[in-house]
Structure formats: structure tokens, C-alpha cells
Design a protein around this ligand. Sequence first.
Ligand code: ZN
Length: 112
Amino acid sequence: MSAETELTPVRPAPWNCPECGGPWIRNFVFQHKANACTLLDSEDRMQAADYLNGHNLSAGRYYRPASVAEVALYNVIASEPLTGDLVMTELIEAGAIRTRIVAGLNPDNYNL
Ligand SMILES: [Zn+2]
């Protein structure tokens, strides 16, 4: 990200899952409570779908519509909630590290 790029305004940390209260870890990864969070279920299904779509096969950037869970987690972090349904997620695969940018927001770009 260049220095000229304006960061999306975010809410003050800490950020927690809106459903189970699990704390934010990095990027769009939260420590969800197993068997107690539908957002975790959605996140697991989306990651499996990304795998089946070959998004993990090589390092690179991939784009797809954002999942409902990604929009919900975006709205926990960003100070202006998303309202439209034309939200894109950019996947950046680099080795074992998976980074998602939802509607231009990468939470890792903020010094907390
Ligand atoms: Zn959760």
C-alpha cells in the first residue's frame, strides 16, 4: 500500500466477533468460539470453497464476492458499515499466509 493511499477509517480496538465475542487476531481472523458461532461456520465454508476453487494453488491474488461473514466482520472494524451487496474480497496467497482485503480494508494495515 502506498503512502498516498487513504486508509478506511476504523473503530477503536479491541475488535471482537459480533456473534461470539471472540477477539480479533489478525487480518479477518478472529478467535471464534467453536460450535457457538455461525460466522465461524461461514468462514470455514468459504475457506473450503476457496480451496476447491483453486485459490490456494499458487501464490497470487484472487477476487470473489465477499461472504456474509466477511461483511459482518468488516462492519466490526470499519467505522462506516457496508450497506451494498456488491462487495469484493481480494485474496492474497503467499506461502501459508492468507490475507483477505474486504472492500479495500486490510485490518493488518493499522498500528493498534
Ligand atoms: Zn465468532
